[in-house]
Ligand binder design. Structure first.
Ligand code: ATP
Ligand code: MG
Length: 583
């Protein structure tokens, strides 16, 4: 491709709303343009990258035996009502009515569509297992679309759904998808870590997210360098050391704590550590009932863990007025209650039942010292794991220290179980001739997010550094000369490379050398050949591998010799991405 006939609408300035480097570079290097919040146009350069990623995903999915489909994006409300998600999906689902006032949604995901499609097709155990997928546009009205195409409102997802007779078969496909994902991301040049993920209230039994470690990641990963454990903090249990030996704790005693409401204020006032106090977290659950979670003062609750324990879709903190309505005092609530209140009490596992803590006294300006669960509360201690794990907490597998990292989720594999096959009664004739309920898995990859994440991982102050597998072009040929004679030789080289099947972009534009070289770096094409002054004088051209940044001055001998050098490098760069992966 000649740049003069192509479109390289690069821009100098970072767009004001682009706060992460992938967003900035995709716009500045001419890959995407913004239409409105969370909506992006893909320009020819951007589309080429997207298509190359899709090709890798498609090749690996097909190799795994999955079957490609394409389903309508627009989905009727009945589908979602049947699985009870029409209301549950809330505001994230774009909804609309047709001319007959019938309701539809622009699919944010396609479990319902695929299950209803496959139900009459899968009849017998002989039709199983099947893994079906599509690569298609999804719509999600995200609360905060941001980071360009990392969190947009319209994006392409590869979504796959597998159908099985039993758990064992589901497990096999799940493991196959796990390996397939590792291959896909390795081929895309991305270093991913599969982490244990929360399966939420979807009722599934196993789930892993494929994460790329990045400071802009919206997820927090807990990693153990000793045993290799990796989990999303939402899923990582807090391992609590049990009490060595019970110590005698003096009687519970009310103490004055005037105006001291927060854990910090109370612990400082009483000269104790925050870990020697218990705080109460008051929650409104699904706007239906109240929960009070008691957790050690130095700990925070994790919302996802809390939602799972409380079987909640929505949680919010109670307002002071609501706390007062319960007969409690904001800032002074404790677990020792004289009378019944309209709230359920929960204790976090961080609380040791035999140990003494400071708790709220349920009286203004007062706390209680020496609260011991086993002594003050009737019944056996039942602790729930609400707590968010912190840096240096013990690994749930081996007990060594955890480290926390931020990560971007590029893919997700999930044992769905029978939620959807039950909702749509997808049963098949079993081996015993009787109808048998099927079980399912689902597997997603965000194509646009993958593209942006590659840039987050590999860039420098000059621009993007594409891995050769997804780069918009493999070779960038930059001619800086304006002399017809030299241009003639360069044109022949260009034609020769094209004829050899090399995807080359020749920057033949009539622009200043500085401008052309800057564009080439920013666009991030892996192999760069520059024909400048030294070509006219000494038949020399420069050869650079973008990611290594080392410029070689080579003497031009023949088109064939040049091609051989390009081909050898191309091969090497492709080979590196085929590696054993990081499984
Ligand atoms: P997140 O927690 O980031 O919102 P999710 O859990 O909602 O992601 P899934 O429903 O598992 O995501 O979707 C599968 C994949 O689709 C994700 O791993 C991600 O790569 C991609 N994806 C999800 N939401 C978006 C979005 N708003 N923009 C771009 N890609 C997305
Ligand atoms: Mg989401």
């Amino acid at each position: 491709m000649k740049a003069s006939a192509y479109l390289l609408p690069t821009v100098k300035e970072n767009p004001a709303d682009a706060v992460v480097v992938s967003h900035q570079l995709l716009i500045r290097a001419g890959f995407i343009r913004k239409l409105s919040a969370g909506l992006y146009h893909f320009l020819p350069l951007g589309l080429k990258v997207l298509q190359k990623i899709q090709r890798i995903v498609r090749e690996e999915m097909n190799l795994s035996g999955a079957l490609e489909f394409e389903l309508p994006i627009l989905t009727p409300a009945e589908l979602w009502q049947q699985s009870d998600r029409w209301d549950k999906m809330g505001k994230e689902m774009f909804r609309q009515k047709d001319r007959h006032e019938l309701e539809y949604a622009l699919g944010p995901t396609h479990e319902e569509s695929f299950v209803s499609l496959m139900k009459p097709i899968l009849k017998s155990y002989k039709d199983l297992p099947k893994n079906v997928y599509q690569m298609h546009t999804k719509f999600r009205d995200e609360i905060r679309p941001r980071f360009g195409v990392i969190r947009s409102r319209e994006f392409i997802m590869k979504d796959a759904y597998s159908f099985h007779l039993d758990e064992e078969s589901l497990h096999k496909t799940y493991e196959l998808m796990r390996r397939t994902y590792r291959k896909i991301f390795t081929r895309c040049g991305l270093a991913t870590i599969p982490v244990q993920a929360d399966s939420g209230n979807m009722g599934g039994s196993g789930s892993e997210e494929f994460m790329v470690v990045s400071p802009i990641g919206e997820e927090t990963l807990a990693l153990c360098s000793s045993c290799g454990y990796s989990g999303n903090v939402e899923k990582t249990p807090l391992l609590v050391k049990t009490q060595d030996k019970p110590v005698e704790v003096e009687e519970m005693q009310v103490v004055e704590t005037p105006g001291k409401k927060t854990i910090k204020e109370v612990s400082e006032f009483l000269s104790l550590t925050e870990a020697e106090t218990i705080k109460s977290v008051m929650l409104r659950v699904d706007e239906e009932w109240n929960a009070i979670v008691f957790i050690r003062g130095d700990r925070e609750i994790n919302e996802v863990k809390a939602k799972n324990i409380l079987l909640a879709n929505e949680l919010r903190p109670l307002a002071d007025a609501e706390i007062q309505e319960l007969g409690l005092i904001p800032g002074y609530t404790g677990p020792v209650l004289e009378k019944e209140i309209a709230a359920k009490l929960y204790f976090d596992t961080s609380i040791l039942p035999e140990k003494g803590y400071v708790v709220g006294a349920n009286e203004l300006d007062k706390h209680c010292k020496n609260f011991v669960y086993a002594r003050e509360i009737a019944g056996e201690f039942v602790g729930y794991d609400f707590a968010l794990v912190k840096e240096k907490d013990p690994c749930p597998k081996c007990g060594q220290e955890l480290t926390l990292e931020k990560g971007i989720e590029v893919g997700h594999i999930f044992k769905l179980g029978q939620k959807y096959s039950k909702a749509f009664d997808l049963s098949v004739m079993g081996k015993n001739g009787k109808p048998t309920q099927t079980t399912m898995g689902c597997y997603g990859i965000g194509i646009n997010r993958t593209m942006a994440t590659i840039i987050e991982q590999d860039n420098d102050d000059k621009g993007i550094i594409w891995p050769i597998s997804v780069a918009p072009f493999e070779v960038s040929l930059v001619s800086l000369t304006k002399k017809a004679e030299e241009l003639q030789v360069i044109a022949e080289i260009y034609e020769y490379l094209l004829a050899k099947g090399i995807d080359v972009l020749w920057d033949d534009r009539n622009l200043s050398p500085g401008f052309k070289l800057r564009d080439s770096e920013m666009i991030g094409i892996p192999i760069k050949l520059v024909f400048g002054k030294a070509f006219a004088q000494e038949k020399k051209y420069s050869f650079t591998i973008r990611k290594e940044g080392i410029e070689e001055q080579l003497t031009y001998q023949s088109k064939q010799a040049l091609w051989e050098k390009v081909e050898e490098t191309r091969h090497k760069l492709h080979q590196e991405l085929q590696g054993p992966g990081n499984s």
